[in-house]
Design a protein around this ligand. Structure first.
Ligand code: 6PG
Length: 240
């Protein structure tokens, strides 16, 4: 694992740096494999990043977008990560509909949605059950409880190691989420974390010893690159 931590002065600098990293990975992926695969995170931090990506002139037909986690709500629900990403980015560019790999949240229940999304990923990557295909980039946020994606502290989702997708749970509300082994199979994982409220969780995530099930972001140890992009407010106590 190639882990880096960058502390940026503010959120706009954090977005600019994230865009730079993504564009670099995108160029390499398209050069080497003819396509670029990225999984998006939800929440509020990445929204300006998605708006910035939308303003780029890119080979959209070679770009495939997935979601690392999604609330189990219809795609037109205000809590939907897909809706936020479409409004900020995907509905503002000319990307083939087939390149937008949304989580099937209209399934009757979360378990079916998770199974269907897993099958879709396996079909796309032509991988077999038990194999963990590698997305080029997975974007992650981190909550002030150190959750990432929809891998919340002390939940069953943290124990799932043989699937790509599982059902997360936030206060009784189901989520569809990448499992941490699937996240760890990515070529590059980029965390975007902003705000002083994230400091206590970051201190635990970066501590030499702490409980992974209490601070799930500690589980993200990808074989490839791991880059933590923090704004100054979040990264204050981590300044070298
Ligand atoms: C979600 C996200 C979640 C998010 C963190 C941080 O669906 O909510 O994927 O993991 O990244 O909660 O959210 P903020 O960026 O809003 O602090």
């Amino acid at each position: 694992m190639n882990k880096t931590v960058e502390i940026l002065p503010d959120q706009s600098a954090l977005v600019a740096r994230a865009l730079e990293l993504i564009l670099s990975e995108l160029e390499t992926a398209i050069e080497q494999r003819g396509r670029f695969t990225i999984a998006l995170s939800g929440g509020s931090t990445p929204k300006p990043l998605y708006e910035a990506i939308a303003s780029q002139k890119l080979p959209w037909d070679k770009i495939h977008v997935f979601w690392g986690d999604e609330r189990f709500v219809p795609p037109d629900h205000p809590d939907s990560n897909e809706l936020m990403s479409r409004r900020a980015w995907l509905d503002r560019i000319d990307i083939p509909a087939a390149n937008i790999h949304a989580v099937p949240t209209l399934e009757a229940e979360p378990g079916l949605a998770a199974a269907k999304y897993e099958q879709h990923l396996q079909d796309f990557f032509k991988s077999s059950p038990g194999e963990f295909p590698s997305l080029d980039v997975i974007l992650l946020g981190m909550g002030d409880d150190a959750h990432t994606a929809s891998l919340f502290p002390h939940t069953e989702a943290l124990k799932v190691r043989d699937r790509l997708i599982t059902v997360g749970n936030k206060d009784g509300n189901p989520r569809i989420t990448f499992t941490y082994p699937f996240i760890n199979s990515a070529g590059s994982v980029i965390f975007l974390v902003a705000g002083a409220n994230k400091r206590p969780a970051l201190a635990q995530v970066f501590a030499p010893v702490a409980d992974d099930f209490t601070y799930p972001s500690r589980l993200i140890q990808p074989q490839g690159k791991l880059c933590w992009l923090l704004d100054a407010a979040a990264g204050l106590e981590l300044q070298p």
